[in-house]
Design a protein around this ligand. Structure first.
Ligand SMILES: Cc1ncc(COP(=O)(O)O)c(C=O)c1O
Length: 400
């Protein structure tokens, strides 16, 4: 037996439920089974939701003119300007210096956690949440504590729970709006109340993950930065969801720091950004076209998603054993398994469904051990015929 080299505890602890469940799915595919994959929030994986042509053309044009070199560490100037305009249009005084282009929001998160967190610090994040909010902070000595989203009230933010969990160790308070996995959209009043709570804790900065902002079906989604006069807010967004180009790996953070509290941490962030060189140059040109050209095309994509989401909600309503709070935005459903025996082990539920009926979901506890248990997350991005087949299989599985 070869003696194994040790893995670090920090790497061994990383979990990403959305892709971890793909491992058994790939094994089944290798045996010749066709799996309906409803696990990953990638619109390009399904028919009918392509990256817009003008963005693809701009990406290709950058390649053709050999714009393939390293770019500036904070992003190409034209893109930083366009992002600034986008953020200003949402009602806050963003300047180009406030904008940093990254390899997607996911890289921005790693950089933010690396710059903010020391041993013993806390990130207060919604439960349930997008998994990196739990996985990454521990790499920098931090701990993620979850605040409760109310499962019986559309996964609304429990503001009392946030208040109860705030203390001086909370360096970052996270709002994902619209939320992944629940689809809840916070009202402007809830956003104001959250800012009010944060304002009592001067070491606290808000992370506003607004990557699904254009997929709000309630009409009430608002920019957190536009509503904060004192509390620092780091806005996160990018090309992945609303511009339908997740594989390009382009995103940004925009820093709203009205009182100038973050100068030191910002210096750290800029050092980290310089040390990782830059984001993909041609992809930045593609995203730039998305930001500067007409966005009328988005209505069609939104309507497609809405139709598919409504179909899923209708089906769930007729299936005994499932229940779901209707989402206000994004493209996920966070479905409650109502049979207590099945709900007790949601990962088992997902794996059994996968092995027996070849439908791939993600277990709810992968989005929050505390608040996600007894649920699964599915994307409602595939065409209705695919969703229909998936629900037929889920229904058969539940009937046993
Ligand atoms: C809330 C949220 N933030 C960030 C991301 C990832 O963003 P990016 O592709 O820009 O890294 C996702 C992807 O599913 C997400 O759901």
């Amino acid at each position: 037996m070869v003696e194994q080299v040790d893995v670090s505890a920090r790497a061994a602890a990383i979990e990403y439920a959305i892709r971890d469940v793909v491992v058994p799915a790939v094994e089944l595919e290798a045996q010749g089974h066709e799996i309906i994959r409803l696990n990953i929030g990638d619109p390009l994986a399904y028919d009918g939701l392509p990256t817009p042509d003008h963005m693809v053309t701009a990406f290709k044009a950058a390649l053709d003119r050999q714009d393939n070199g390293y770019g500036p560490s904070y992003g190409i100037p034209e893109l930083r300007h366009a992002i600034t305009s986008r953020e200003r249009s949402k009602g806050w005084d963003c300047s180009t210096d406030d904008v940093y282009v990254t390899h997607g929001v996911t890289e921005a998160l790693q950089i933010i956690f690396a710059a903010f967190l020391e041993e013993g610090d806390t990130v207060l994040a919604p439960g349930p949440h997008y998994p990196p909010y739990m996985a990454y902070p521990q790499m920098y000595g931090g701990t993620t504590v979850e605040y409760r989203l109310d499962p019986d009230d559309g996964w609304r933010i429990d503001l009392d729970d946030i208040s109860a969990k705030m203390d001086d160790s909370v360096r970052l308070l996270v709002l994902i709006n619209p939320n992944n996995p629940t689809g809840n959209v916070a009202t402007p009043e809830e956003v104001d109340a959250l800012i009010e709570i944060a304002s009592l804790w001067p070491k606290c900065t808000i992370i506003a993950d607004e990557i699904y902002d254009g997929l709000d079906f309630t009409g009430q989604q608002c920019s957190v930065a536009s509503r904060s006069e004192e509390v620092p807010v780091i806005v996160l967004n990018g090309a992945s969801k609303v511009y339908f180009a997740p594989g390009w790996r382009v995103g940004y953070m925009a820093w709203h720091d009205p009182q100038g509290r973050l100068e030191l941490v910002r210096d750290g962030v800029e050092r980290l950004l310089r040390s990782r060189l830059c984001a993909s140059t041609p992809a930045q040109h593609g995203f730039l076209a998305g930001l500067t050209d007409d966005t009328g095309w988005l209505e069609g994509h939104r309507a497609t998603i809405r139709k598919r989401m409504d179909y899923c909600l209708d089906r769930i309503e007729t299936i005994e054993g499932l229940d779901c709070e209707a989402p206000g935005g994004a493209f996920y459903l966070f479905v409650s398994i109502t049979n207590p025996k099945m709900a007790a082990d949601d990962k088992r539920f997902v794996l059994d469904l996968l092995h027996q009926y070849h439908v791939l979901l993600v277990h709810g506890s992968g989005f929050s051990p505390e608040f996600g248990q007894g649920h699964f997350r599915m994307v409602c991005l595939p065409p209705v015929e695919v969703l229909a087949e998936a629900f037929d299989r889920i229904e058969a599985f539940l009937r046993g």
